[in-house]
Design a binder for this molecule. Structure first.
Ligand code: MF3
Ligand code: CO
Ligand code: CO
Length: 285
């Protein structure tokens, strides 16, 4: 049996608890949009995603240990690719929809999907997002961190720290029977209070059995809208917060890298989380 078949079989062998289904049905009658049953991971799926998360965290830890001023973003790619392979795992980005590298490295005004390159060096004062997605035994875990290269300006330090706070503000409302919109509402409300803007075009996503699953987790939304959050759902929260205006543009040459239109800085932090009976559990750091 292939790994994919084993993952499929778990959906049949480990049904969703009846109480969860009953509660979902009550919300559905009230007009809420409820998740498809395939978006509710079962205990064995959750175990697999947790194991992918442990490796994902170790990969990012290894990057943090080795990162230094003057290195190229290709060297980060080399670290991620070799460490992931050593752990018997796969880098999900590699050849995903034609993506050419194993990790995304997005510097300063780059919002996300920066492509590692021998020619792009890290300079003192840069802020870089390293976004890593790890596949272990067919299960996916996705996380990113900001790294400051040497001493950075107070403005950059604040953006990096407050963007992490945005993720935490989202986590605080990521609990069962809230909605996806509650997360975006909390994050945007916090970010706007600081004078920052929130990227709209990209967001978090269901993850675990595929790289990108439903729901789309907008980081700017209306409270009490969007899909109901149900125990067993696994998704990312990954706010992209801009120091200036919200507008972003894709690099027309490489077809991937997203940057701010105004050239001001952007930061992002990402966790994969599990909705539990009482709140959430972070599966990556
Ligand atoms: N890891 C990114 C995310 O958080 C997706 C990167 S897609 C890639 O969803 F192809 F650029 F790797
Ligand atoms: Co993601
Ligand atoms: Co990611």
């Amino acid at each position: 049996m292939t790994i994919q078949q084993q993952i499929e079989e778990i959906f049949l062998k480990e049904p969703i608890p009846a109480e969860t289904l009953e509660k979902m049905e009550e919300y559905r009658k009230k007009g809420y949009s409820i998740p498809d049953e395939r978006l509710i991971k079962r205990p064995s799926h959750i175990q697999g995603i947790k194991e992918a998360g442990i490796v994902n965290t170790a990969v990012l830890d290894e990057v943090c240990r080795q990162v230094h001023e003057g290195m190229s973003t290709q060297e980060i790619d080399d670290i991620v690719a070799s460490y992931t392979k050593e752990q018997g795992c796969i880098c999900a980005p590699y050849q995903f929809e034609g993506y050419p590298k194993s990790v995304c490295t997005s510097i300063n005004d780059e919002v996300c999907h920066g492509i590692p390159s021998r020619h792009r060096k890290l300079h003192k004062g840069d802020i870089v997002n390293v976004d890593c997605t790890t596949i272990k035994n067919g299960y996916f875990a996705d996380a990113s961190r900001m790294i400051c290269i040497g001493e950075v300006s107070p403005e950059r330090k604040r953006l990096v720290e407050e963007t992490k706070k945005c993720l935490e503000v989202g986590l605080a409302v990521a609990k069962p029977w809230n909605t996806v919109g509650d997360i975006g509402y909390a994050i945007a409300n916090y970010a706007h209070g600081l004078g920052y803007s929130v990227v709209r075009e990209l967001g978090g996503h269901g993850v675990g059995i595929e790289f990108h699953e439903d729901p789309f987790v907008s980081h700017i939304a209306k409270a009490h809208t969007g899909m109901l959050l149900v125990p067993g759902m696994v998704f990312t929260i990954e706010p992209m917060i801009n120091a200036g205006k919200a507008g972003v543009l894709m690099d027309p040459y490489n077809g991937w890298t997203i940057s701010t239109v105004d050239g001001k800085d952007s930061a992002q932090w990402e966790y994969t989380i599990l909705i539990t009976e009482t709140g959430n559990e972070i599966l990556t750091y």
